[in-house]
Design a protein around this ligand. Structure first.
Ligand code: LMR
Length: 394
């Protein structure tokens, strides 16, 4: 049977990681995959994670199965972290998932269970794996305009024009904060306008929130998600702990399904549990347990939030530094958007040829669509990147 297999297309982000590893140049700079790195280029384990792991090791006396939805405490604490007081816990059906990707996949599958002909609207561009999973599931996907390549800001008029085409029952995928790959985000008034059109058309928002705490702060980054969840009849939310808790390899995430019809909660929860059972049975627990230990232990939570804030501010500092270096070298403000973007990524709006020249001539690795991971920089490499950007003619 295996002779029938055909090669799968390489994931662009993962292929770039591999190329970077194989590059022998010691001056190489990795601005590819979305992993936080400190000034030394290391992805550290957060202090609170280390402490919580120790606590879990001390008190955990069994590795027997959790429930299909995962540890209930994790569900309660994550719903609170993402939704704050916008909704009561009773209104939210939720399952733990293997990372944010697991949540995204289960969200699409739940939508398809509810509506086998569901169409999913996604921003152009979006995280490439959104497209790949949708294609794999055979779900019809339609893009809406999102990014203006010239201004490197949100093309809000284009987005609104395209969202006029959504129909009742369509799912509209939105990034809760820190849009990946562009770094360009909607403001509060724009979010309101999006909700208004979705409600008018009867479309359902699905929010992917993978970078809460990386943009403007933990509460600020969740504000749009909370507003949407409180303003629509139904929505899905896929949240990741990979980045804000730095537990990438533990695969820790959650999918929430919300309806204002309380009588549907049971069947929603049952379907979420069913999907977990079909796909991998019980969700991974170690990362979830560490996260819930942090969230319910006041000292650990305070220390985690403080370290996350250090991470956020360091990325903001690098953004400002890069924008000002480029201002100096180019003698123009055309790179000012880098300081305005939020989260880990900025899309430069450069051509694939420019990106290739950065890699070939300067050993600087960014994704082919000119997405750069700000956290891959440090104070020393910012001027090197700025000079290379001008050098290749971006
Ligand atoms: C990214 O966009 O680089 C991250 O979300 C990592 C990944 O899995 O692609």
């Amino acid at each position: 049977m295996f002779e029938n297999l055909t090669p799968q297309p390489a994931d662009k982000i993962l292929a770039l990681m591999q190329m970077y590893r194989e590059d022998p140049r010691d001056t190489k700079i990795d601005l590819g995959v979305g992993v936080y790195k400190n000034a030394q280029g290391h992805t550290p384990i957060m202090r609170a994670i280390k402490a919580a792991e120790k606590q879990v090791w001390d008190v955990q006396d069994s590795k027997s199965y959790t429930g299909l939805a995962g540890d209930p405490a994790f569900g309660d604490l994550m719903v609170k972290l993402v939704l704050g007081d916008a909704l009561a816990r009773e209104q939210v059906a939720a399952v733990a998932t293997p990372g944010g990707t697991g949540a995204v996949r289960q969200g699409f599958e739940l939508a398809r269970l509810a509506n086998p002909n569901v169409r999913v609207f996604v921003s152009n561009p979006t995280w490439p794996n959104h497209m790949s999973i949708l294609k794999y599931l055979g779900i019809e996907t339609i893009t809406y305009r999102y990014f203006d390549e010239t201004t490197c800001a949100v093309d809000f008029d284009g987005m609104m024009a395209d969202l006029q085409n959504v129909r009742a029952g369509d799912l509209v995928l939105l990034h809760g904060c820190c849009h990946n790959p562009t770094g360009a985000n909607l403001n509060a008034a724009e979010w309101q306008a999006v909700v208004e059109v979705l409600n008018r058309k009867g479309a359902i928002p699905m929010i992917d929130i993978a970078y809460q705490g990386f943009g403007d702060g933990l509460e600020e980054d969740a504000a749009a998600t909370r507003m949407v969840a409180a303003s629509v009849p139904e929505c899905l939310i896929a949240a990741s702990c990979s980045k804000n808790f730095g537990v990438y390899r533990e695969r820790t995430g959650i999918l929430m399904a919300i309806s204002n019809d309380a009588s549907l909660k049971g069947v929603m929860q049952g379907n979420l549990n069913f999907l977990n059972r079909q796909n991998y049975s019980f969700p991974p627990d170690h990362g979830a347990r560490i996260v819930s230990t942090i969230l319910h232990t006041p000292e650990l939570r305070a220390d985690w939030a403080a370290e996350l804030e250090e991470v956020r501010l360091s990325m903001l500092g690098l953004r400002t530094q890069l924008a000002s270096e480029l201002q100096k070298l180019s003698g123009s403000d055309r790179f000012a958007f880098i300081a305005q973007h939020r989260g880990m990524f900025s899309r430069l709006g450069a051509s694939p040829e420019h990106v290739e020249r950065l890699r070939a001539e300067h050993a600087i690795y960014m994704v082919g669509d000119s997405r750069l991971n700000i956290a891959g920089l440090n104070a020393q490499s910012v001027p090197i990147l700025a000079k290379a950007i001008i050098d290749v003619g971006i």
